[in-house]
Design a protein around this ligand. Structure first.
Ligand code: GRF
Length: 200
């Protein structure tokens, strides 16, 4: 008997390049244990939405500005997601702080990618902060989402050396290449029940 594929929803706010690499990994391999069932954006003109449509993935927009509180937005997010019945939710450049309304509803099923070697540099401007600090390496992390911002158990990390002439932009470009390798690999790992740290 053919095993049912796990259902993956991907949440974005921008260009969606991580979403595309996740989706292409699932769609390009008939043996992949999961399929993308929804791409949801909180920004109506996020570039990633058109890319999702090109990949024939259902899309949804939920504008956070239409809600008075973070909790109201998260409740609406939960409703929309429940229709898609995801087994796993991948945050991929989803620029929202999530409340327990969302986090508790999907506990253990939400992954996030963050462009730093966590626990260093939670939050924004990670590359500028790594350069400023004189670090010799930067990178990206995938972790399980818990109540704290960019917190939660680490599932995978990839690092890149920081070069003497790096700017935040040049470093971001090289880290993004690693994000595109790391996230699909961690998702596969996670779907097999593996919870150890994957290092690429
Ligand atoms: C990535 O660097 C991600 O780690 C960060 O925002 C960027 C999103 O890029 N949180 P994209 O939308 O996946 O192209």
């Amino acid at each position: 008997m053919k095993a049912e594929k796990k259902r993956v929803a991907i949440l974005i706010s921008g260009g969606g390049s991580n979403m595309v690499t996740l989706a292409q990994d699932m769609l390009g391999d008939p043996m992949h244990p999961a399929a993308p069932v929804l791409v949801l954006s909180n920004i109506a003109d996020a570039g990633g939405l058109a890319k999702a449509r090109d990949l024939d993935i259902p899309t949804a927009v939920l504008d956070h500005k239409a809600y008075d509180t973070r909790e109201d937005f998260d409740a609406a997010l939960n409703d929309t997601l429940r229709h898609a019945a995801p087994d796993v939710i991948c945050l991929a450049g989803f620029m929202r702080i999530l409340t327990p309304v969302f986090v508790d509803a999907w506990e253990g099923r939400v992954l996030n990618i963050h462009p730093s070697l966590l626990p260093k540099y939670k939050g924004l401007n990670t590359h500028a902060r790594a350069i400023e600090a004189g670090d010799n390496e930067a990178g990206c992390s995938v972790h399980r989402v818990t109540a704290g911002l960019d917190d939660g158990p680490l599932l995978g990390q990839a690092s890149v050396p920081i070069q003497a002439d790096d700017t935040p932009d040049s470093l971001a470009k090289r880290v993004l290449v690693q994000e595109h390798r790391l996230y699909p690999a961690v998702l596969r790992h996670f779907l097999t029940g593996e919870r150890g740290l994957l290092r690429l």
